[in-house]
Write a protein that binds this ligand. Structure first.
Ligand code: SAM
Length: 426
């Protein structure tokens, strides 16, 4: 009961839907806070939460996902530079190009915007960036401008030599890019959010809406619209474009930039059809071999009798979860997968889908753990194998990536043979 009330409080305050990160992640965060406060009952902790904002902010710090890095997805920044070069300054306006980055986490995104525009030839007075996040510790790190290897990912790190100074503590962003960004502590869903600020020409709001349910996404979108100039540009995360379905936003003509122009509704229908990423169709279920006691790394995957559900409750189906994920409704997809696992017990496809959703929100290690659960139940799950191989490759474990890819290839060949035999009626 108290757990439900805590999840509701988080949802109302910061928008976080428990389905996006999982109820267990919220329960773990609550345990951390209770240990810190030496509180042993969840009811007492709930009362503490309800008694003021200080503890609520502490819990928010525990549940947020700060995952970010410089030039996260290249295309949005290439599109921004092109847009700025072609459209700025407009004939009828003076003043700098005004940009908002929300949520900015530890600063990598707004600083990437600054480096992009400086590298594109814009001067410091040509643009200004406001950067907002709900987490004070994140903002403190952002203001410091000091970063470690983990903030630099991908092949092209040439920007690092141009904009950073290497020190013993890490890489320090040079003042030229740093001074372009002003950081603010705020909650996108708080009443009157940035109400005193002039509307922005460009808003980056990437990898936040994926944590909200549909009603909260709609609420957030209203706030973002209010903050945008009539023809302002909105950049979303690659799994979030579906949120704009039916809205008066038109996609910018730049592949995979996930940038949308406000008020330009002539191509709005296209937004509806945007499929940010495609999940494969539900594969044929393969019965897993009975696990030997020695090969049971995931205690929580042990098939157990599912809890009895009221007869009238519709069973969560994975076809719908796949469709929702394809449409960018990741929270709903995750909710269905979790309900499926709760009501019907462990299922390779549910773990696999949940892994894709977790990966889309940048939680690769959680995704990897879920893929391993899927493969424990179904060692021949081709999609889970190929996905795991990708994750291993990305984190530099090339030997295991190659082995997993070989397993995927064998699984594919086996499925082809089985299909051929079925067709021949063997
Ligand atoms: C995954 S990071 C995204 C950072 C960056 N936009 C990116 O795509 O790399 C999510 C951030 O959202 C922030 N956040 C969560 N809820 C928020 C809210 N209601 N208002 C403002 N920031 C929020 C968290 O503190 C966290 O730093």
């Amino acid at each position: 009961m108290s757990q439900d009330a805590i999840e509701q409080l988080l949802q109302q305050t910061m928008g976080l839907s428990s389905a996006s990160i999982g109820s267990s992640a919220i329960a773990r965060a609550v345990q951390v806070r209770m240990r810190e406060l030496v509180i042993t009952s969840t009811d007492d902790y709930l009362r503490r939460l309800q008694s003021g904002t200080i503890e609520l902010q502490q819990l928010i710090e525990e549940v947020i996902v700060p995952e970010t890095w410089f030039f996260r997805d290249r295309n949005p920044f290439i599109a921004l530079a092109r847009y700025a070069r072609e459209n700025w300054p407009p004939r009828d306006r003076y003043g700098p190009l005004r940009i908002l980055s929300i949520p900015c986490s530890t600063g990598e995104e707004p600083y990437t915007i600054a480096m992009t525009l400086l590298d594109a030839g814009f001067g410091p007075s040509d643009f200004s960036i406001d950067a907002v996040d709900i987490s004070e510790p994140n903002l403190r790190r952002a203001r410091l401008g000091l970063y470690r290897e983990n903030s630099f990912r991908g092949d092209d790190l040439s920007f690092r030599a141009r904009h950073f100074i290497k020190s013993e503590q890490g890489y320090l962003l040079q003042p030229k890019a740093r001074s372009q960004v002003k950081f603010h502590h705020a909650n996108l869903l708080a009443p009157g959010f940035l109400s005193g600020h002039e509307p922005y020409d460009v808003v980056f709001c990437r990898n936040l809406l994926i944590y909200f349910d549909r009603a909260t996404q709609a609420r957030a979108l209203k706030v973002l619209e209010r903050l945008l100039q009539p023809e302002g540009l909105l950049f979303l995360g690659h799994a979030e474009a579906g949120v704009l379905a039916g809205q008066k936003f038109s996609p910018l003509d730049h592949a995979r930039s996930f940038a949308f122009m406000r008020g330009a509704n002539q191509r709005a229908a296209q937004v509806e059809n945007e499929t940010p990423f495609q999940l494969p169709k539900r594969r044929r279920a393969i019965t897993p071999p009975a696990p030997t006691p020695a090969a049971r790394p995931f205690a929580d995957v042990t098939p157990t009798a599912p809890a009895a559900e009221p007869a009238s409750r519709p069973q969560p189906d994975l076809e719908t979860a796949t469709r929702l994920a394809n449409e960018g409704h990741l929270v709903e997809a995750a909710t269905l997968c979790e309900a499926h696992l709760r009501q019907l017990g462990p299922d390779a496809q549910a773990f696999y889908l949940l892994a894709l959703v977790r990966e889309a929100v940048g939680e690769s290690s959680e995704a990897e753990a879920l893929l391993r659960k899927a493969l424990y139940l179904d060692p021949n799950h081709y999609e889970a194998l190929t996905h795991l191989a990708l994750i291993l490759e990305r984190r530099g474990d090339l030997a295991n990536a190659a082995l997993t890819q070989q397993r995927a290839k064998r699984s594919f060949e086996r499925q082809q043979n089985e299909a051929a035999q079925r067709a021949e009626g063997v």
